[in-house]
Design a protein around this ligand. Structure first.
Ligand code: ACO
Length: 389
């Protein structure tokens, strides 16, 4: 039987068959949350450079969700609501304790957030109930660092540490990892990293979240979709892959030859390149600076040094520039964050952007349902099983 190609019926664009692979350059929706213009990233119109220097993560959460910077009372209100909700239901702790010891933390986060939804007091609210969604958003944002650090501790045979009410999200993250009162510099570094990762226009995980709520499904389902999407090594998972590469190289003097060989073997270099930024990711320079400073401060400079050598070589030889994941790897490593928790840290920040996009989608919803150009066989027929080869 001949196998022919057929055009998708009914829609002129699908029939035309012009496909932008990976939806590159396709403008799928309108958004007023963050913008990428050239190499400039803004949240609600404020440049990321300014926010990285001046804002706290809690301020950025408010900015993304409500469209403006909070005044003192508004910030205090959000802050206290986050702290009041920084408790996990006991069954979620029990679930985390029941996970296999070799669980991938992003898988654990995905499952724990899904189960958290069952215990949310607003679980029965209508999916697009904006007041209930704000309460759910606060609960999820407060819960993420508790879940991530609990998974990490349980994997290592330790009891989870409950958050302290006097610490910020960044402070509690560091505290809950090892139970030691975090120093100011470590808190500031994590806080700035959270600010830098909070939102990024229509990246893959945000698109997943928006696609989910566009069916009028609930916000927990959207966040679970987004976690699964962030996990991949072409997206948030790249920061872990970068650190594994640095550990493999191990020695500053070997970095240049190692990267030269990797390029010669046409390997993909994790932490480089970007779908949108072709002239550099504006977040990378902040992470580079922090990685260098923290490395010096902690007396562990080799990871930054190796990274800088790789950066120079890949930029000059391939014209590829580091993205947000490249220097966050060496930064998190010197801060003592376990490698497998790097992508979960990203999720603890990006939850704020995912939620802002869910709110925006619910507020002016239309089902997201693109077309595919069919390029399979036509005029096929059912063949009885005994006649099939
Ligand atoms: N190492 C080596 N070559 C690369 C890299 C890289 N990191 N990135 C792109 N290229 C090359 C590709 O091989 C391709 O070359 P070719 O045209 O000769 O085949 C060309 O540059 C275009 O690359 P694509 O993969 O088609 O670009 P795309 O826009 O689809 O992908 C992506 C962007 C996924 C980020 C890519 O650059 C990549 O895989 N980088 C490594 C993974 C990574 O760091 N991901 C994190 C991105 S930031 C984030 O999501 C938070």
């Amino acid at each position: 039987m001949s196998v022919e190609k057929v055009e998708a019926a009914g829609d002129p664009k699908a029939e035309e068959g012009k496909v932008e692979k990976g939806l590159e350059g396709v403008v799928a929706l309108e958004s007023s949350i963050s913008s990428i213009i050239g190499s400039t990233l803004t949240y609600r119109g404020i440049e990321i450079d300014e926010l990285a220097e001046k804002a706290t993560f809690e301020e950025v959460v408010y900015l993304l969700w409500f469209g403006k910077l909070p005044n003192r009372a508004e910030l205090a209100d959000l802050d206290s609501r986050l702290r009041e909700n920084s408790e996990l239901p006991e069954p979620v702790y029990q679930l985390i304790k029941s996970f296999p010891k070799d669980i991938i933390p992003m898988d654990g986060l995905r499952s724990a957030v899904s189960v958290l939804g069952h215990y949310d007091p607003d679980t029965a609210a209508k999916p697009d109930d904006s007041e209930a969604n704000l309460r759910k958003a606060i609960r999820m944002t407060a819960a993420f660092p508790i879940i991530v650090t609990a998974i990490e501790r349980v994997k290592n045979g330790l009891e989870p540490i409950k958050p302290r009410k006097d610490l910020s999200i960044a402070g509690n993250f560091v505290y809950m990892l090892d139970g030691v009162a975090p120093d100011r510099i470590a808190i500031r570094a994590i806080d700035t990293a959270l600010v830098l990762h909070a939102d990024h226009e229509l990246n893959a995980s945000t698109f997943s979240a928006r696609g989910t709520v566009s069916t009028l499904s609930d916000i927990y389902s959207a966040i679970v979709s987004a976690i699964g999407t962030l996990k991949g090594p072409l997206h948030g998972g790249a920061n872990e892959a970068v650190m594994k590469m640095l550990l493999k190289i191990d020695d500053v003097s070997k970095a240049q030859q190692w990267i030269k060989d990797a390029i010669a073997h046409k390997e993909k270099i994790m932490g480089f390149g970007h779908r949108v930024y072709k002239n550099g990711d504006p977040r990378a320079k902040h992470l580079r600076k922090m990685s260098e400073e923290l490395g010096k401060l902690k007396g562990e400079t080799r990871w930054f040094e190796m990274s800088a050598i790789i950066d120079d070589y890949v930029s000059n030889e391939k014209g590829l520039l580091p993205n947000v994941d490249f220097y966050s790897a060496s930064l998190y490593y010197v801060l003592g964050i376990p490698i497998e928790a790097f992508t979960p840290v990203f999720a603890c920040s990006r939850i704020s952007g995912w939620i802002a996009h869910c709110f925006e989608q619910y507020a002016d919803n239309r089902l997201i349902r693109p077309r595919a150009h069919y390029n399979g066989p036509i005029n096929q027929h059912y063949i009885p099983i005994e006649e099939r080869v």
